[in-house]
Write a protein that binds this ligand. Structure first.
Ligand code: ATP
Length: 361
């Protein structure tokens, strides 16, 4: 049985703003699902509906098999961690952690045991006597997670919990959260606009755009077979190159080489190539337009014919031309109008066709 089940859920606000549009999604028991998308795509609205802080305009939400639209937030047994942490400033960390348990009228000894157990798990035992203003951003973030954890809820809902941290700390806390999710074995719905965070934490990732679910799948599925151009551009960094071209029975011409994409059609399409898909090779000669150093790799702008594409390579080009090649299996083909990935449709795609030679001159 899925832990959280959303069925045709829509949320409309005043003046016709559609925050969520007919969204259906199943989140498995003890699954970590990240929800990613640009600002305003409906991520927080989705969490607020599950938490009961808002109600859907239409559709059904079930928690552990029980319909919850009419169940008030405090009875849903879900815990939410907000971007702002929402800690009580006048209370110590101990009191912040203990508050919910005290409200539930648990015995003092049980409260004390759970506070210390949670603090030990998050390694914040030495902070229990401090107030939030005496803590660093990362420490506050841990206390906020602890406050959710201590309730032992059916599901954790986290809304951009790392966005107030600097880049270095974000990375460290991200690793810690991943370990924590593994340890507590709970169902987690984690909202972020950061695709690296989404991919690295998740069992599955749901991508939203303008209130609509674009794709849900494992991080690998989204990276290797994005369902459409939006997902392809949002997932992966540096982002995918796109250009339009004419296919003739699935083949197109770039820098004098014919590439067979494997799709069986002749029409204008959008081609997508990830910068890291290029390999050193002698097939295609391009002109180096610019070079960015990204630590151990170089992102270069390469002009082929009239198209400038980015390529991520290991060594700095020695000249102002560069020879590259690409495996045709790494080429994505998108419908120009709908943006749909044509290669994800098995009826349109015969995999395994290889690069054709010789080059056209
Ligand atoms: P962000 O990443 O910027 O937090 P988000 O993806 O979480 O964005 P939501 O906060 O869910 O997006 O908002 C989705 C849409 O609904 C936006 O257009 C937003 O302006 C609108 N919206 C959200 N809450 C309300 C509200 N209470 N009243 C009216 N419109 C709202």
């Amino acid at each position: 049985m899925p832990s959280i089940h959303l069925e045709n859920v829509s949320k409309q606000f005043a003046r016709g703003i559609v925050a969520l549009d007919n969204l259906s999604l199943e989140i498995g028991d003890r699954e970590v699902l990240t929800v990613v998308g640009p600002s305003g795509c409906g991520k927080s609205t989705l969490l607020r509906l599950i938490a009961g802080l808002d109600s859907p305009t239409s559709g059904r939400i079930r928690l552990g098999g029980t319909a919850i639209e009419t169940v008030p937030a405090r009875e849903r047994n879900v815990a939410m961690v907000f971007q702002s942490y929402a800690l009580y400033p006048h209370m110590t960390c101990y009191e912040n952690l203990a508050l919910n348990l005290r409200l539930k009228k648990l015995a003092a000894s049980e409260v004390d045991h759970r506070v210390r157990e949670t603090a030990a798990m998050l390694e914040i035992g030495d902070l229990l006597g401090k107030k939030p203003r005496e803590l660093s951003g990362g420490q506050r973030q841990r206390v906020a997670v602890g406050r959710a954890l201590i309730r032992k809820p059916h599901a954790f809902l986290l809304d951009e919990p790392l966005s107030n941290l600097d880049a270095l700390l974000r990375e460290r806390v991200r690793h810690e959260l991943r370990e924590l999710f593994r340890k507590v074995q709970a169902t987690v719905v984690y909202v972020t606009h950061d695709q690296t965070e989404a991919l690295s934490l998740a069992d599955r990732v749901a991508v939203l755009d303008r209130g609509r679910l674009q794709q849900v799948g494992t991080p690998e599925e989204l990276y290797r077979m994005p369902a459409n151009r939006f997902v392809a551009s949002f997932i992966g960094s540096p982002s995918m190159n796109f250009f339009e071209t004419d296919l003739q029975d699935g083949s197109f011409l770039l820098a004098g080489i014919v590439y067979d994409t494997g799709v069986r059609m002749s029409r204008r399409v959008t081609i997508g190539i990830r910068p890291e898909a290029w390999e050193p090779g002698s097939e295609m000669k391009g002109r180096v337009c610019w070079i960015e150093t990204l630590g151990p790799q170089f992102l270069i702008g390469v002009q082929f014919d009239h198209t400038t594409l980015t390529a991520l390579i290991r060594s700095r080009p020695a000249a102002d031309t560069i020879d590259l090649s690409i495996d045709p299996a790494q080429i994505h083909v998108f419908d120009i109008d709908s943006g749909k990935n044509i290669r994800s449709d098995p009826r349109e795609y015969s995999a395994g066709r290889q690069l054709q030679g010789p080059p056209l001159r």
